[in-house]
Design a protein around this ligand. Structure first.
Ligand code: ADP
Length: 491
């Protein structure tokens, strides 16, 4: 099958969070199954060019119809750790992708509407006719709309679309100007509730809603979050739309790429280890302490948090976890970046306050290399999210023998099974600690059980960590599930 992934990220060349990991890992899995996969991405100025091999101009003159005119683009092509990627580079005064950031400009809705249009135009003029176009998140929500309403009439009527929602919070809200810029026009038509009109803002169109309405199949990234999206109001106003389209909506759990996230082969680790050589993990713990200048006078457990510092992630509980860990005699390592100035200031203050504490290190920013060492060196990882479509840090943690302590929401429910209380799993299948409420006591109840096990029964704690390493969270099963979706919609 010929599959084209269109997205705003692909790790490690463009990565702000889990979306990047998924685009890379899923594409690799599909290729391993013998399919032809290509990835279309924006060509940002700030992406990691050192992870692209053989970058060259593949298509010099792509003229993209835009705003009653045309924008001249080039398409570059290169291999990102074996994956064939096409990067779209517009030459326009708006400098859509030359902003030094991936997201966060005031005209993001225009930048990604343009990217969507350019990606389709590239497929059209380069005569690429994939069986499946797989689009991801709000940034590409207009692709199914434009494919069905415009490009189908230019000979692209056999392409089928799978649309994956990685986060309902960001939906792509815009005014009628986007309809005119993309050439969709027909305001009266698209501003209907069964088309693109936002369910709550009558003056806006909603890209993600467009993606849901026009795609052949829609999924979010875990079965439990798919259920939450429909029944618990977590879908930020799209529940009714999902209800109408329930026949083509489901949840497929993300996997992780075990060639990238695997302590046996991880190229960023000073010491490799597996579940059978678990003692070697201790050397990475020492390397992490040395690197972050943490004290090593006692063997204290290291608790980690890795992730965006965003409301979604339960930042008040992340903050509480730092002090609870110190209170229980552990060490805490945080690696996170905040885009919201208030949250950033909050953690900057905390970093300053804890600066001289040799049991704590807060690293504010994005650092892929350091994240690998933290997974390898930590003993526990906290994921106290308010909601979590899938969550990758707990799954990566499991593979690195880090015991996850998570809130029981979204994909965390599908991947972490409580050591003491999970009734549906055998004791051998349990791999972490789960709490449910959003108050500090709930977090403490789960962290406390983890600390108790660490201090009182280290052999059992090691057993729990090793059980986690043996869970299969590879792309094998999700790859199979995506293939059945593709086959279903193609038929
Ligand atoms: P998100 O909601 O951000 O997609 P996920 O848990 O699904 O969260 O995925 C997070 C991914 O991003 C993981 O690979 C994690 O290691 C990585 N990550 C998050 N924050 C950082 C950071 N500050 N530095 C390095 N890697 C990070």
């Amino acid at each position: 099958m010929y599959i084209v992934q269109i997205a705003s990220e692909c790790a490690p060349v463009i990565k702000a969070g889990g979306l990047g990991d998924v685009i890379y890992g899923l594409s690799r899995e599909l290729e391993n199954r013998g399919h032809c996969v290509e990835i279309i991405l924006p060509m940002y100025d700030c992406m990691r060019y050192d992870h692209i091999w053989g970058l060259h101009e593949a298509y010099r003159d792509l003229w993209v119809p835009w705003d009653n005119g045309q924008v001249h683009c080039s398409v570059f092509c290169g291999w990102v750790h074996g994956r064939l990627c096409f990067f779209i580079r517009p030459h326009s005064d708006q400098n859509f992708f030359d902003r030094g950031i991936y997201y966060g400009s005031t005209d993001d809705h225009m930048r990604f509407a343009f990217f969507s249009k350019a990606a389709l135009e590239f497929l059209l003029v380069a005569n690429k006719r994939p069986d499946i176009i797989h689009c991801h998140d709000w940034q590409t929500g207009l692709i199914p709309v434009m494919l069905y309403e415009m490009y189908a009439y230019h000979g692209m009527d056999r392409q089928r679309i799978c649309y994956t929602i990685h986060n309902f919070k960001h939906q792509g809200i815009a005014g009628a100007d986007v309809l005119h810029a993309t050439g969709l026009n027909r305001e009266d038509y698209y501003f209907q509730y069964d088309k693109l009109r936002d369910n709550f803002n009558p003056f806006a169109i909603n890209y993600m809603k467009g993606g849901i309405v026009y795609s052949n199949y829609v999924n979010t990234v875990s079965p439990h979050h798919a259920w939450e999206a429909r029944f618990s109001g977590i879908s930020y106003g799209l529940g009714h739309t999902l209800e109408l389209h329930q026949g083509k909506f489901g949840g497929i759990l993300n996997g992780i790429d075990y060639d990238v996230w695997n302590p046996e082969v991880d190229r960023y680790l000073p010491h490799h280890y597996s579940s059978t050589t678990f003692a070697e993990k201790q050397k990475n713990k020492q390397a992490l302490r040395d690197r972050l200048m943490l004290s090593d006078d006692h063997d204290k457990p290291i608790v980690a948090y890795i992730g965006r510092l965003d409301d979604q992630k339960g930042v008040h509980l992340v903050h509480h976890a730092i002090y609870y860990t110190l209170h229980r005699g552990g060490q805490f390592v945080l690696l996170g970046s905040a885009t919201e100035p208030g949250i950033n200031a909050y953690f900057q203050h905390e970093k300053y306050y804890l600066n001289d504490n040799s049991d704590c290190h807060l690293e504010l920013g994005f650092n892929e290399e350091l994240s690998h060492l933290i997974y390898a060196g930590a003993d526990m990882i906290v994921v106290p999210s308010n909601y979590e479509p899938c969550g990758l840090t707990q799954v990566i943690g499991l593979k690195y023998g880090v015991v996850p302590i998570v809130r029981g929401v979204g994909g965390l429910v599908n991947t972490v099974f409580d050591w003491d209380y999970d009734q549906e799993r055998t004791p051998e299948e349990r791999n972490g600690f789960v709490f449910y409420q959003t108050d500090p006591h709930a977090l403490e109840s789960a962290m406390g059980r983890s600390f108790d096990l660490w201090y009182n029964n280290p052999d059992l704690f090691r057993k729990l960590a090793i059980q986690g390493m043996e869970c299969d969270n590879s792309w094998n099963l999700p790859g199979e599930q995506y293939m059945s979706v593709y086959e279903h919609i193609r038929a």
